[in-house]
Design a protein around this ligand. Sequence first.
Ligand code: SF4
Length: 342
Amino acid sequence: MNKLASSDPEAEAIVEFYRTVSTGALVQRADEVCRSIHGNKVWLRGLVEFSNYCSMDCQYCGIRHSNTNVERYRLSPEQIVNLTVQGYEAGLRTFVLQGGEDPWFTADRISFILDQIKTKTRGMAAVTLSLGLRPRSVFAQWKAAGADRYLMRFETSDPELHRRLRCGATLERRLEALEDLRDCGYEVGSGYLVGLPGESEETRIANALLCREKKFDMVGIGPFIPHPETPLGDAPQQPLELALRATALVRLLLPLANMPATTAAGSLDKQGREKMMAAGANVLMPNITPEDFKKNYLLYPNKICLDESGFECINCLDIRTHLVRKNIDYARGDSLSWSPEP
Ligand code: SF4
């Protein structure tokens, strides 16, 4: 029995259910729970991948520092603000600003961007940052400048595997930073990869239980897809089913959380995002980064939706959500588990 589960009888029962039922039954149960709480809504987030520079060297990541085959780019603060304003005018109300750990984007530059977005959208747009580890004082500065949410996946709950895959970076420090974000008042998102080499079924269960223990407001789960220009390029590709089972398990453990149907799932399987939505995911993230740039933000190979604008993607996503009897919603979609009081 997992240590976490033993102190949480409800989680223990959910994990037992997970272990014993078929994927079909698990997904069906997660879908029922999702619809009972979130209805048929799927929130839209406009994703801006603004820099593929990264000082880190994670072994699974295509834009890792050591990959010299990447054409590096960095959007200017003005470009980032203009993109979000364009998205706002198209109806989007939440934007995710994502980049590698790029020191060019200092605390003050990000504060400037946040201030501009908030001013130009009259405070109506929610901004999620996904910029990796920063000191607590910087998280506090960005919150004060208008950031609403922060995403930082822990990737694996196995401390040794984490250290190995993230070139010495510790899980402990990652979790500490996630606590800092919570203390600063952010809506906190995390998540993990599924199918990493060295991971076991027990790791996957521990990953999901960690999300419950930390009460994350958002959880993103991505199937690991080996990138040929990384040290894990020859690792086996695990079936999407593992990520679907993980999504369903987290939905049962954290019914209120917002969970994206990740682009990685759609890249591994043409119907991957529909399958994720049918397993309890309730968020989609059209990538509104200009096509000239987003083709170089390849954390994994064969990424979809690179040749069309994210605004065109919304029509396609609308059709996909209808296929699973859900409807796109343009509202901010704050997590139901989040409260402004830390
Ligand atoms: S996973 Fe993130 S931190 Fe690690 S190398 Fe890739 S972009 Fe950088």
